[in-house]
Design a protein around this ligand. Structure first.
Ligand code: F6P
Length: 489
């Protein structure tokens, strides 16, 4: 590894992800406003400065005209970003359809959307074709910008075909693919009509990475059972070629959060929130408004807690920040209504003339307000039904150096494997268990809180996003070295 660390120049890295780190809003024929996109991948990679990085991805906006495409390309170039232009029909079939209506629920063990499953199956072929077409369009843009020696890092379930498209055009390109969601048990994956094609396309990469060892194991067993390939301790073997498969747990840029807590504007927010919630314990949930996050289950558990513990009713508040996402997909629209209904019911039941037990916001917060909220929170409540990693749990811990609050964390989040010893792990489907964990957390003695927090804090501040990215990229390079050495012997 020391050879990799000593470089006369920075390694060029092409990061390819469905979404760019900035989203574009059109302000005029040729003028654009660029906002930082939400999401774990973006915040993780923004802190990585080790490489000369270019981002390639969809700008999240339909730009049918040439003037618009040219001016947006120029604006994005200043941010080292390169757009892939997808038209509305393609986005609908590829992103809303195949990615978010099929792959997303299956990879999170939710099954196909219940109400329109027939329509989903009927449109499967056209969505899959659109998925392949979109992946080829990403590959075309990568090929335009690729220079020999670059490492290409493909991200997530949107781009499972990308390694195949890239290697077809350039077999020598160094390609890594990383999944940010869980990879499900092979029993789930084998229900997919396109099960073999997806696996084969990913296996064109040199390195395949996951957040946890379990996801890597599921992937390898899918390759064995569905493709008949042999698994080895290093990965999967296909006709004498070794494709490395391994776990690379992501982290956060923890310094960004620990520094933010010291800023005057964050301190002002902290003071303001402390005054606002004086006399009450603060519980916090921060989630994209997505069914995998288990928000309805969390609300039901909080309701059960209030029912069972009348003495706490006016002494605790749950702040739920629910960031809208994928709002064109009907399942997400239904979820929003369901969450609003439950919040209304609980507030109606337990609210008083002056207080409500749940503050629910359908929007994101700016970074400084978010850090302040993390810092004043007594108990963070993360109840994902499944979650690739869940970096909100890491962000909370990073902001808790003085308060040392409690983290209640779903055992089905990847983060449970790294923060399990410090957090209170729960099964989000067991409302009674979550309710009693809330009670335990609110009453936890300070020495236990401190011990648990210290464990988590140590992990979050040492397993950073920078370290994650550097390790992954080093492994892509390592793969190359190993292959060369093998060829020489
Ligand atoms: O977890 C997968 C992921 O791609 C994350 O990187 C990101 O937080 C989220 O999904 C974003 O989803 P979308 O781009 O559909 O809003």
């Amino acid at each position: 590894s020391s050879e990799c660390e000593y470089r006369p120049f920075k390694q060029r890295l092409l990061v390819v992800a469905n979404r760019l780190p900035v989203s574009a809003v059109r302000k005029g024929e040729a003028s654009w406003q660029l906002d930082v996109s939400a999401g774990g991948l973006v915040s993780a990679l923004l802190g990585v400065t080790e490489f000369e990085t270019r981002w390639i991805g969809w700008a999240g906006v339909n730009v049918p005209d040439e003037i618009g495409q040219k001016s947006l390309t120029e604006s994005l170039a200043e941010k080292r970003c390169v757009p892939v232009f997808l038209d509305e029909d393609l986005v609908n079939l590829y992103y809303n359809g195949y990615c978010n209506n099929i792959l997303w629920p299956l990879f999170h063990y939710l099954g196909l959307p219940q109400e329109d499953w027939l329509a989903t199956i009927c449109s499967f072929e056209s969505q899959f074709e659109a998925y392949k077409k979109a992946n080829q369009m990403f590959a075309d843009v990568v090929n335009e910008h690729y220079q020999e020696g670059d490492i290409v890092w493909c991200h997530d379930y949107h781009l499972m075909f990308l390694p195949k498209c890239l290697k077809e055009a350039n077999p020598n390109m160094k390609v890594g693919w990383f999944l940010h969601t869980p990879f499900p048990s092979s029993e789930i994956h084998r229900t997919m009509p396109s099960r073999s094609e997806l696996l084969t396309a990913v296996l064109a990469a040199d390195l395949v990475g996951f957040h946890t060892y379990d996801y890597a194991r599921h992937f390898m067993s899918a390759c064995t059972r569905i493709l008949g390939l042999e698994g080895t301790p290093e990965g999967v073997e296909d006709q004498g070629r070794l494709i490395r498969v391994a776990a690379f747990p992501i982290g956060i840029d923890s310094d960004r959060f620990t520094r933010a807590i010291q800023l005057p504007q964050v301190k002002n927010h902290i003071k303001e929130f402390q005054e606002r919630f004086a006399g009450r314990k603060v519980m916090l949930g921060v989630d994209r408004l997505d069914m995998i996050k288990g928000i309805p289950q969390k609300l039901l558990a909080f309701e059960k807690f209030l029912e069972d513990n009348p003495n706490w009713r006016d002494k605790v508040v749950l702040l739920q920040i629910a960031v809208p996402t994928r709002t064109d997909v009907p399942e997400y629209q239904k979820l929003t209504c369901q969450v609003h209904e439950i919040v209304g019911r609980i507030n109606g039941k337990f609210g008083t003339l002056t207080t409500v037990p749940i503050h629910h916001l359908d929007r994101s917060l700016d970074f400084h307000a978010l850090c302040a909220l993390y810092a004043i929170t007594d108990v963070a409540l993360i109840t994902s039904l499944r979650d690739g990693m869940n970096l909100v749990s890491y962000e909370f811990v990073a902001c808790q150096a003085s308060k040392k609050g409690v983290l209640i964390l779903s055992e089905f989040a990847g983060a449970a494997q790294s923060l399990g010893a410090g957090a209170l792990l729960v099964n989000p489907w067991n409302v009674t268990e979550v309710a009693s964990s809330i009670s335990y957390a609110l009453n936890m003695p300070s020495d236990e809180r401190e011990k648990r927090h210290n464990h988590n804090y140590m992990h979050v501040t040492t397993h950073t996003s920078q370290e994650w990215a550097e390790t992954f990229v080093r492994f892509v390079e390592l793969n190359d070295t190993v292959v060369e050495a093998e060829l020489r012997t």
